[in-house]
Design a binder for this molecule. Structure first.
Ligand code: IMP
Length: 443
């Protein structure tokens, strides 16, 4: 198995960063295909917490090429802030390590301002976005107004595009009583970014094609989660990009057949940041306990995450719509100490059992979840790396989840560190080169 796609099967924050970092030694390239610095991928290396937003999690393993595809929207200041923080920690962040697609769209200074207007206008119905200009940058992409990384190569084109955008935005800014945008100042700022970002900008489809033709393997890294996908998520409470499997092909310029396997990252309970329906949400002490124990605060915005029981209807839907081969189950250690654990097995809507996951938010808001209660397990899972050392009741819990979501579990994460992981060889072997993963120096 050569290339693997890793994506979240819930509403994001499933723990993709840790799993990508863990699997990176088996790959030559790690490529992100959508989103922007709204993502927050947390990785712990030897007790030190590193939070990545835009740069692929593979950056923490020396020698891996990290790719930012055309499907992303990039804020140059955010990119260089993150790169600077990594460099301060001794990580090589030069153009030899990071390639930015010339087709990636840029977040411009007006995007966060437009987003604030749009969220304020929605009032109670606001999406609860990260307010980083992500949505408006994708809106401009669809409106054929976007400024792309490749445009930075010609300052005449850059100036033209900035002026065209400001002319389009001006009436909105006037209507909301905001000061007019200063085209010259924005041009000067972005001409500076052009000089800095230029060395990173590459023809990514060609680069990936060449690397794969040479026999190198690629890990495609998703951000957010399947239920936040613009098409298949809980619209309109979604992000503005394609976080499902198909997004990897369009967001990098590779054929779908280059994706040989799909690993879904699934948390042992459910969380959600921002607004939107959440059938299994716990608004009680159990929910608060999970949040505290699981450190459930947004890695990008610091907002508390809403917590709830595992929702097998939602995860089965995500596994089906993405063709997930195997699951990496994360954070079950957080549930330790609960005498009973509930799992949502179905929804009822207006008295009838639904046969599938409804993506209409107004239906999902009104469904009544059906739960199955399972016994909790005694003792902590933290740090266990051997399948045989897992408590029997916990293994039974995993088997129930597998049956409900119709997908086998290949990895169980039992803590934040790289070593706090159970790798189930017979499930993972078809997806990852285990010999390479276990080679000396990979730990
Ligand atoms: P946006 O992506 O900033 O437009 O926000 C849209 C929705 O996606 C909001 O509910 C955000 O909280 C959510 N969101 C965006 N990025 C992430 C993430 O990395 N993890 C979890 N939720 C996210």
């Amino acid at each position: 198995m050569a290339n693997l796609l890793v994506l979240g099967t819930q509403w994001g924050d499933e723990g993709k960063g840790k799993i990508v970092d863990l699997l990176t030694p088996a790959f030559d390239v790690v490529a992100r295909f959508q989103g922007g610095h709204n993502a927050g991928h947390t990785v712990y290396v030897k007790g030190k917490k590193v939070v990545l937003h835009l740069i692929p999690s593979g950056i923490l393993r020396a020698g891996t090429l990290c790719v930012i595809g055309n499907g992303l929207v990039i804020s140059p200041p955010a990119f260089f802030k993150e790169a600077g923080d990594l460099e301060a920690q001794g990580v090589d962040i030069g153009p030899g390590r990071i390639a930015v697609s010339r087709g990636a769209h840029l977040i411009m200074p007006w995007h966060p301002l437009v987003e604030k207007i749009s969220e304020d206008r929605r009032g109670e119905k606001k999406i609860g976005t990260t307010c980083r200009g992500i949505g408006p940058a994708y809106e401009d992409k669809a409106a054929r107004l976007g400024v792309r990384a490749g445009d930075l190569a010609d300052l005449r084109i850059l100036r033209e595009k900035i002026e065209e955008n400001i002319a389009a935005k001006d009436p909105v800014f006037r209507a909301f009583g905001l000061p007019p945008l200063d085209a010259e100042a924005i041009f000067r700022e972005y001409a500076d970014w052009a000089a800095k970002l230029g060395p990173y900008v590459r023809d990514v489809p060609e680069l990936l094609h060449e690397r794969m033709a040479r026999g190198e393997s690629v890990l495609f890294e998703g951000a957010q989660g399947a239920l936040l996908d613009i098409d298949h998520g809980t619209y309109p409470f979604v992000t503005s990009s394609s976080s499902t499997a198909g997004g990897a092909a369009t967001g990098l310029g590779v054929g779908p057949k280059t994706i040989h396997g799909i690993l879904g990252i699934t948390k042992a309970y459910t969380t959600r940041v921002g607004s939107g329906p959440f059938p299994t949400e716990l608004r009680d002490e159990i929910g608060k306990g999970i949040a505290a124990c699981g450190d459930e605060f947004g890695a990008s915005t610091g907002r508390p995450r809403r917590c709830g029981w595992f929702d097998a209807v939602a995860v089965r839907y995500a596994c089906r719509t993405n063709g997930v081969d195997r699951i990496a189950l994360t954070k079950p250690d957080v549930l330790a100490g609960l005498s009973e654990i509930a799992v949502c097995t179905g929804y009822r809507y207006k008295g009838r059992r639904l046969s599938s996951f409804p993506t209409e938010s107004w239906i999902l808001e009104d469904v009544v979840p059906e739960f199955r209660t399972l016994p909790g397990w005694a003792g902590s899972l933290r740090g266990i790396s051997d399948l045989g050392a897992l408590p029997r009741t916990f293994v039974d819990y995993v088997r129930v989840l597998e049956d409900l979501v119709e997908t086998r579990v290949a990895i169980i994460s039992t803590g934040v560190e790289r070593g706090d992981t159970v790798l189930i060889d017979e499930e993972l072997g078809g997806l990852v080169d285990l010999a390479r993963l276990r080679a000396p120096g990979a730990a």
